[in-house]
Design a protein around this ligand. Structure first.
Ligand code: ADP
Ligand code: GN1
Ligand code: MG
Length: 365
């Protein structure tokens, strides 16, 4: 589709002014995201990846329910409901999406101006804010009727099933890539039993909440003026889940010493300082969590790193069909970086557990 086609998709939504400019936006791995500008405003227009989100209409139902719910909570605490959550833009018929001629599925949200996001931080005060923002997101959805949510990707954080997929891709080696990934396959599969066991225990014992499930650090926006956490975006995977998943996925990207995309796994590790900062903000934002949930937070960070790395490796072995890539070995390099991060988290396990205890103490003071 060329720019004019995208502009004509944009004009099918009820927007203020004629869409004049369109540019690629953000660094998400799944959807195609564009910023659309009219003489008056900007909008985010997204083509959903419908090979991954196979029932996009249901996903949009979730998004409308969740943003309506959050808007009320935000207004009730005196916040700005049009800046602190996504505002879906509808069509003249009240639909939340349109299909273009080629069958692709589009949705639009108001652009949240004067905000920024980042792929990795090195400033503890920003990480603390991220923790507060994602923690508050979970707290504000605490009483949300979870049964009204569709499961947009079934078994999204079912780590044992993700490992089955990895095992299968190793056995089949359909693209002849296993030779390039022997050490990584061994690194991931040798941990499968231990992590699956601990995962099953967590799922058995911990409360199911409504969680975001993709708390990558670039899925939270910060206010450019105050640098406070502003809005949690990318609501496509809001589904029932464990608090440890959301805590862990944010740590995986936010408290790492290198980018997820680094080609230098030797520079990848966990920053205890950033981890502590995130944990402090998180306890503050999330409010009460159970002892069991608290005790699973460090495990959540390891699990999400492990699971995501295993998914990158699977995608590498299956010919790069899931995550967007921009270089030939991208997914293999991502899998290497996540393995390096996991090894470092395992080495520093005690330090991380200690940081949780200290952060919790501080919130209780
Ligand atoms: P993906 O599912 O591909 O990750 P996202 O929904 O996360 O796509 O969007 C990609 C990026 O665009 C986000 O990381 C965020 O930085 C930015 N973004 C998304 N929605 C908005 C919005 N309404 N206003 C401002 N920035 C946004
Ligand atoms: C994807 O959509 P994005 O880029 O925020 C993926 C996450 C992975 C992440 C790894 C729906 O997130 O699960 O952790 O890439 N989202 C989906 O960078 O699969
Ligand atoms: Mg995203």
């Amino acid at each position: 589709m060329d720019i004019n086609d995208i502009l004509s998709v944009a004009s099918r939504f009820v927007i203020s002014g004629k869409p004049e400019r369109v540019e690629r936006y953000g660094s998400g791995h799944i959807n195609d995201t564009y910023a659309v500008t009219t003489p008056r405003r900007r909008y985010i227009l997204q083509r959903l990846n419908t090979s991954i989100f196979t029932e996009p209409e249901k996903l949009m139902e979730n998004m409308l329910l969740v943003t309506d719910w959050l808007r009320e909570r935000i207004a009730a605490r005196g916040g700005d409901p049009f800046r602190e959550t996504l505002t879906p833009i509808l069509t003249p018929d009240g639909e939340s999406s349109v299909r273009s001629e080629d069958g692709s599925f589009w949705r639009m949200t108001a652009f949240i101006e004067d905000s920024f996001s980042f792929d990795r931080a090195d400033d503890p005060s920003v990480l603390r804010e991220a923790g507060r923002g994602f923690g508050r997101f979970m707290r504000e959805l605490r009483d949300f009727p979870a049964e009204r949510l569709h499961e947009t990707i079934p078994n999204f954080h079912n780590t044992p099933l993700r490992l089955d997929a990895l095992r299968k891709s190793v056995e089949e080696d359909a693209f002849g890539r296993l030779d390039s990934a022997k050490a990584e396959a061994e690194g991931y599969l040798s941990r499968a039993e231990a992590y699956s066991k601990r995962y099953e225990q967590a799922v058995r014992e911990l409360p199911l909440r409504v969680t975001h499930n993709d708390t990558k650090i670039n899925n939270i926006l910060f206010d450019s003026n105050t640098h406070r956490a502003l809005a949690v975006v990318d609501l496509d995977t809001v589904m029932p889940g464990l608090s440890a998943f959301d805590f862990g996925d944010a740590i995986r990207t936010g408290a790492a010493t290198a980018d997820e995309d680094t080609r230098h796994p030797e520079t990848m590790g966990a920053s205890v300082e950033l981890f502590s900062a995130y944990a402090r903000g998180y306890f503050d934002g999330a409010g009460h969590i159970s002892e069991g949930e608290r005790d699973a937070l460090v495990f959540g960070a390891k699990l999400m790193t492990y699971e995501c790395g295993a998914r990158f490796l699977t995608d590498w072995l299956c010919g790069d069909t899931y995550f967007k890539t921009s270089r030939p070995m991208h997914n293999l390099e991502r899998a290497r970086a996540q393995l390096a991060l996991l090894e470092d988290m395992e080495r520093r396990g005690d330090e991380l557990e200690h940081a949780i205890i200290e952060a919790e103490k501080e919130t209780k003071l």
